[in-house]
Design a protein around this ligand. Structure first.
Ligand code: AMP
Length: 270
């Protein structure tokens, strides 16, 4: 595995390769990230990963400073998983960067409490695409809204890179894997699996209860468990508008605060 640190090196090293598949990450890698690498291997011939904690996507009072940084460990995991090249850009990557605006669906869900987040995401992902020029890029469906925004953004820009979504990987107790799980207190780590459990309860009861009842009951359950939902919504998976009670294809999406830690999760019903 070769480590690339700047744009010039990237152009030089990658110029002879076709069918490259990129997995953008912020590091602190877990099996969720590594599953994206397996997907990259399936669709492409050369697997690229990037590790960059992008300051542009953190708001002023968010967790940029205490976001877990575990580069040495991450590189070992990537190497073991069969990554061919890893891009670890220096802060230089932000020099003269052109800022982009995310499509309007970025204003919903997570965008309500993180109004600049998705602009920061599309800006850095576009820069990564310009530097690495991947044929495929793999994103986790755990960040479903991010996946949808990126798909729309690059479609509208006519980029050749194909955007691929990959399923959520969970801990054995159902909690969606996330670098932020490491920031939970041990007590809150025990409570956290209730998030997925409740989403699964909604899924299992969606045919015989109204969406509003399912949501109200769930919010009650969360409150009893000291989980504070920022949103819990049952949505059309393409538009992120509220779904109708008889819609067959829906996204059940949630963001919660557990202590100081913000966690998101979702279940997609097709
Ligand atoms: P992050 O490092 O948190 O920015 O995540 C990098 C990529 O990994 C994003 O595309 C995420 O959606 C994806 N990802 C994070 N956690 C999971 C998970 N539990 N299952 C699948 N993909 C994930």
């Amino acid at each position: 595995m070769e480590i690339i640190t700047n744009e010039k090196q990237a152009k030089e090293v990658l110029k002879d390769f076709n069918e490259t598949a990129l997995v953008p990450t912020m590091g602190n890698l877990h099996d969720g990230h590594l599953s994206l690498l397996s997907k990259a291997k399936e669709v492409g011939e050369i697997v690229l990963a990037s590790i960059y904690i992008n300051p542009l996507q953190f708001g002023v009072n968010e967790d940029f400073d205490n976001y877990p940084r575990t580069l040495d460990d991450d590189l070992l995991k990537l190497e073991k998983t069969g990554c061919d090249f890893v891009f670890c850009p220096s802060e230089d990557i932000l020099k003269n960067i052109k800022n982009y605006q995310a499509p309007d669906i970025s204003k919903k869900l997570c965008g309500k409490s993180r109004p600049t987040h998705f602009d920061g995401v599309v800006t850095i992902v576009r820069k990564l695409f310009e530097v690495l020029n991947p044929d495929y890029a793999i994103f986790g469906l755990k960040d479903y809204q991010q996946f949808l925004i990126i798909k729309k953004f690059f479609n509208e820009m006519n980029f050749h890179t194909k955007i691929i979504g990959s399923p959520i990987v969970r801990e054995s107790d159902g909690l969606a894997m996330s670098s932020r799980n490491n920031l939970l207190t041990s007590e809150n780590r025990k409570i956290a699996p209730k998030i997925y459990k409740q989403l699964a309860w909604i899924r299992d009861n969606i045919e015989n209860q109204s969406h509003s009842d399912l949501i109200l009951n769930s919010i009650e359950t969360f409150k009893e468990n000291n989980i504070h939902p920022e949103y819990l919504s049952i949505l059309n998976p393409d538009t992120l508008e509220d779904a109708k009670d008889d819609d067959l294809s829906v996204l059940i999406a949630i963001a919660v605060k557990l202590g100081n830690v913000r966690l998101i999760d979702n279940i997609l019903i097709n």
